[in-house]
Design a protein around this ligand. Structure first.
Ligand code: ADP
Ligand code: MN
Ligand code: MN
Ligand code: MN
Length: 348
């Protein structure tokens, strides 16, 4: 049987990479694995990744999901980008995460869950905003209901269904503080069959992002991952990263391990900020539920902190921490790589 496979990869746009994809018709078995998808190539000179005179780059499928748009028998194949020698291209951050996992990270059984905030646009304005103007001030929009409170719910519903049909570990969604701003979460849910491997969660997160734009085409909306889409007294968009290790989840050593992790993060603040997305200083101002980019702070249930310990985690003395610093446009592979490297003390 001939099947459609959408090969998806991350380009070399600077400072914020974007997604690209193209279609290949393949003859596939019923439940294919990445190895069933033939390696492919593309023109890296058109994706800011290679010069024209030496432009062929390789696509190595590494994660496969069902294609919720084309339906049964069709697949989305997320790929790593390889250079001419077949080694990871310099823009391939997934390979960097693999390296940290293989250098000892995996032994700590790390889990990661992301909260992806984004803003919907139609034309030049956020969806539902008066043309060239502003809606009423922030307040009624977060988790709101009603056509004056939220803009784009039909899109969000369609995106959520697409993620579920693709078999992604979507955790939930909510309307955000800025009108036309939304969030989806992806990561550990406590389900029996779920695989919490951080590499897989990040792969799924990138596919969920691809689906944002793909489903956006159907609704004539353009999702933006900009950190500070609207200047002034309006919330920016973040990508809180929730992180735990085996020891953090262990009731006997959880709180102590969490305290050690926070002490390590305090020492590496600048390096983490450098890997947490472009233009972060516009968002991490100390206002709008953020901590200042220049300070490292932590606190229980504290939404103005760099690291928040959720209240129920403190009460149970085990669980996870929330790194509130990553911007909406950060690369989840890099964020996860940095958290494992710092907290699990991986020397490369
Ligand atoms: P918030 O209260 O900050 O809005 P959300 O409810 O939006 O948090 O998202 C919670 C996130 O935490 C989800 O992505 C979920 O997968 C993740 N998560 C839950 N438990 C763990 C854990 N033990 N380790 C890592 N991530 C976790
Ligand atoms: Mn959230
Ligand atoms: Mn949020
Ligand atoms: Mn959060």
């Amino acid at each position: 049987m001939a099947n459609c496979a959408e090969y998806i990869w991350i380009d070399g746009a600077d400072p914020t990479p974007r997604l690209r994809s193209k279609t290949r018709i393949l003859e596939l078995p019923e439940n294919p694995t990445p190895a069933d998808f033939t390696p492919w190539n593309y023109d890296g000179s058109s994706t800011y990744q290679a010069p024209g005179k030496d432009s062929d780059l390789g696509l190595q499928p590494v994660y496969v999901a069902c294609d919720p748009l084309r339906g049964p028998g069709n697949f989305l194949a997320l790929c790593e980008v390889l250079d001419a020698e077949g080694t990871p291209h310099e823009t391939n951050n997934r390979a960097r995460l693999r390296q940290v996992l293989n250098a000892g990270g995996t032994q700590h059984d790390p889990w990661i869950g992301f909260e992806q905030e984004y803003t919907l646009y139609r034309g030049r304005d956020p969806l539902g905003w008066p043309q060239g103007g502003y809606p009423g001030p922030q307040g009624p929009y977060y988790c709101g209901v009603g056509s004056r409170q939220v803009f784009g719910r039909e899109f969000v519903e369609a995106h959520t269904k697409a993620c579920l049909d693709a078999g992604l570990m979507i955790y939930g969604t909510n309307a955000e503080v800025l009108p036309a701003q939304w969030e989806y979460q992806i990561g550990p849910r406590g389900f029996k069959g779920d695989d919490n491997d951080p590499l897989k969660i990040c792969d799924q997160h990138w596919i969920a992002r691809w689906l944002l734009w793909r489903v956006g085409e159907l609704f004539d909306v353009e999702p933006s991952l900009e950190n500070k889409p609207v200047k002034g007294d309006w919330n920016g968009s973040g990508q809180h990263a929730n992180f735990s290790t085996k020891d953090m989840r262990d009731p006997r050593k959880g709180l102590k391990t969490i305290e050690d992790a926070i002490a390590s993060l305090a020492l590496t603040h600048a390096a983490h900020i450098a890997s947490y997305g472009a233009g972060l200083s516009e968002r991490l101002t100390g206002l709008h539920e953020t901590s200042s980019i220049h300070e490292f702070r932590h606190g229980i249930a504290h939404r103005g902190a760099s690291i928040r310990i959720p209240r129920q985690v403190h009460e149970k003395r085990c669980g996870y921490i929330e790194d509130r610093r990553p911007g909406a446009n950060a690369d989840p592979y890099l964020v996860t790589m940095m958290l494992i490297k710092t907290i699990c003390k991986i020397a490369l």
